[in-house]
Design a protein around this ligand. Structure first.
Ligand code: SIN
Ligand code: MN
Length: 213
């Protein structure tokens, strides 16, 4: 683990080696076969995101003209989200340090030119558990700020296999993707980047709540 200089942000460059990355891509492909990517839209305006999304795990994050929210089913097929791959459950156990499993894994696909504006992850009912994020495929320029919009920001180049965790005082930091560096990885057959974001959605209970940071 590498210190980022930002309290609560932990960075594991190359957490997943090349063969683990290929295995994860296989697991993502199986999720996508069951739960195809959809195009999320901004609440109210209906403007499409430049990334495409799907989810695995008991709950999935969706965004449409109505709201940002978690739900147990795919917004287009109506089917329950596929289960979370074991490698992701194991990652959460290793780095999240809460005694309860992740409930949602959002899978973002960034084709060439896609980006993600600065935002906070705040649709969860539990902020004691961190956000755990995995990068696969092309490198991306990740921007991190503080917990207040408009503050100072820094950037970090996330590469395939990297893991970043933000929790505790950094759980509600603003973050986003300025750009994806096309052609920087050959991991994904069609190019582009996947980001997998693991989160706890519902409140921790019992010992997990007592032990949470
Ligand atoms: C997100 O915050 O939703 C995505 C971050 C990333 O793509 O690394
Ligand atoms: Mn986010």
């Amino acid at each position: 683990m590498v210190e980022t200089g930002i309290e609560g942000v932990c960075y594991w460059p190359a957490y997943f080696d090349a063969s683990a990355q290929r295995a994860l891509v296989g697991a993502v492909s199986a999720v996508v076969d069951a739960a195809p990517f959809f195009t999320p839209r901004m609440p109210r305006t209906g403007k499409p995101f430049s990334v495409r999304m799907t989810n695995c795990g008991p709950l999935g994050w969706v965004s449409d003209k109505t709201s940002y929210r978690y739900q147990p089913c795919h917004p287009e097929t109506g089917a329950p989200w596929p289960p979370m791959p074991d490698a992701l459950l194991a990652l959460w156990d290793d780095v999240a340090a809460v005694g309860a499993p992740a409930e949602a894994c959002l899978i973002n696909h960034y084709p060439a030119g896609a980006r993600m504006g600065l935002h906070q992850d705040r649709d969860e009912a539990e902020f004691a558990a961190p956000v755990v994020s995995v990068s696969l495929g092309d490198s991306a320029v990740f921007r991190l700020g503080g917990t207040v919009r408009g503050g100072k920001t820094t950037s970090l180049r996330l590469k395939s296999g990297d893991v970043i965790v933000f929790g505790g005082p950094a759980r509600l930091i603003y973050h986003g993707i300025d750009r994806v560096l096309s052609g920087s990885s050959t991991l994904l057959a069609g190019g582009g980047r996947y980001n997998l974001t693991l989160r706890r959605v519902t409140p921790l209970t019992g010992n997990a709540a007592k032990e949470a940071p």
